[in-house]
Every structure is written in structure tokens, then in C-alpha cells.
Write a protein that binds this ligand. Sequence first.
Ligand code: NAD
Length: 298
Amino acid sequence: MTSLNFDERVAIVTGAGRGLGRSHALELARRGARVVVNDVGGSVNGEGASVDAAQAVVDEIEAIGGTAITNHDTVSTADGGRAIVGAALEAFGRLDILVNNAGIIRDKAFHKMDEVMIDAVIDVHLKGALYVTQPAFTHMREHRYGRIVNTSSASGLFGNFGQANYGAAKAGIAGLTRVLALEGASYGIAVNAIAPIANTRMTEGILGDLTSRVSPASVSPVVAYLAHEDCKANGSIYSVAGGRVAKIFVAETTGSVISALTAEEVRDQLSAIEDAANYHEPDSLAAATSIIADALAN
Ligand code: NAD
């Protein structure tokens, strides 16, 4: 079995000062990638800043013989995104891999969630992924090669009480993944996402019995595969926790074509409409539209 190495490759991992990002950065560096360890070094709620977390990870990478630099720009502004990508290009002259991982939480039941909590979380997760990816994607497109790994969450894909801001941002990241997978496909760019569960400060005290089984290190091998040239996936989202890997996919039921559609018909035929015994898994809006056209033609 040949091993997956990243010799010559350059990676950015955002939010790599601790938790999952630190683990991804170490995994990529151990396999030969030169890594930009980006982190603002704030609290789990996104308050404060420190250069220590990113520096500690760079020290760890250098201790195992790897190459890495720190970067402390925020992902949540367009200037920050450009500076993070610029740091990779300035230090290493190229960029092959972007792992969008930086994140914060500001949980609250929706009726009590204020504007600051909404903006802070959307800014770091959703705008952060857009702002860092855009200059990276432009560079990768010009060089006709790239691997982007986004970080979504079961919170947004399946729902979670108290995380309207976070879940909306994480579902948005899934949408971004799907769109960029299409835009990058003919330029050698693969864009995928993980929805991880791991024992980090973000999940402190909430994982119960799972805590000891779901280390960040048990997630990073999937990131390494998705970041590698050998990656066959594009536009896919994987649930990853404790060594378990599963595909999360967006599908629609075969549905019902109801000639005289009324609210009452919807009520009476809801179970047929929702019957998931057969389903389609369109990989684009065009594919979804063509399924509708076929159904209406029959
Ligand atoms: P963590 O708090 O340990 O790490 C997040 C890192 O992101 C921190 O080091 C933080 O300083 C950094 N960061 C925050 N805002 C930033 C910004 N504006 N710019 C740059 N860096 C910033 O949390 P984690 O659990 O390792 O989370 C990593 C990612 O995984 C997040 O996107 C999180 O939402 C996602 N996630 C985690 C879990 C889990 O179970 N831990 C589950 C689903 C998704």
C-alpha cells in the first residue's frame, strides 16, 4: 500500500492553534506538507486574541521535523482572508490545500439570541469560509490544482437545539462545498467537507461516554485523504468521529405528481410524497431540474 504524502505541497489550516485544526495541521505536516498554522487564539466564544496557540503548534510541527509558519489574521474579513492566503504564497510560493476549520460558538435558544451572537458566528464560520476560500480558489484555479476541505456540522445538517446561528452557518458551508465542487471540477480542484465530532474545548462536558473515543486525531486522516491528490471525492460531506466515517448526502424522494394540486391533496398524500423507499441524489441544480422535468413528462 503506497502512503499518501504531501511533499512539495503547501497547506493552510485555519483555526489550527488547537482542537481539530491543530490535529489536521500536524497530520498534514507529518506527511510532508508545509503548513500555515492560522489562528487568532481567542476563546471558544471568539473573544480575545493570542499568538501562543498557533506558535505552539508550529513548535510541535518543527519538533517532528516538519515545516510550518504561524499566521494570526482573522478568517472573518475579506482582508483577513487575503492576508492568510498571502502568507502562504509569500512564505512558500504556492498553495495546494486549504482546510477551513476555524470556528466559535455562541449558543442560545433562538428567541434569546441577540444580533451580536448571530453576526459573530456567521462571520467566523460562513463568511470566514467564503473570505479565505475566494483568494485560495482563485490561485488554485490559475494553477489548475487544489484541494479544499470545509468543516460543516451535524448541527446544521441534522439540527441542534440552541444553535440557530451556528447551524445556519454550518449548513451554508455545506452549500458552499457543493457549489465550489462544481465550479472547481474542470480546474483540478476538489472541494469536500467533514461534519466531525471530537473531544475539544468546544464540546467540553457534552459528549458523555463518547468523550474518550472521539479524539481530534481520529478525524484528521479523513482530512488528509480529502486534501490529497489521490482524493476521488468532490462535493461530498463525511460524518467523521472516533474512526467512524460515513457519507452524508442530500437526496429527494421520488415524490408524487398531482395533477390538480391543492392544499388538501398535499395533506392527503403527504406519506406518498415523503416515501423514501426510492430517492434521487442529484449532484447539481441542473440534475435536480432534470429529475423534475422527467417526472412532469411522465
Ligand atoms: P476549538 O475551539 O478547539 O478550535 C477552533 C479554533 O479556531 C480555535 O483555536 C480558535 O482560536 C480558532 N478561531 C476562532 N475564530 C477564528 C478566526 N476568526 N480566525 C482564525 N481562527 C479562529 O474547536 P474545535 O472543536 O477544534 O472546532 C474546529 C472546527 O470544527 C470548528 O469549525 C467547529 O465548528 C467544527 N466542529 C467541531 C465539532 C466538535 O465535535 N468538536 C463538531 C462539529 C464541527
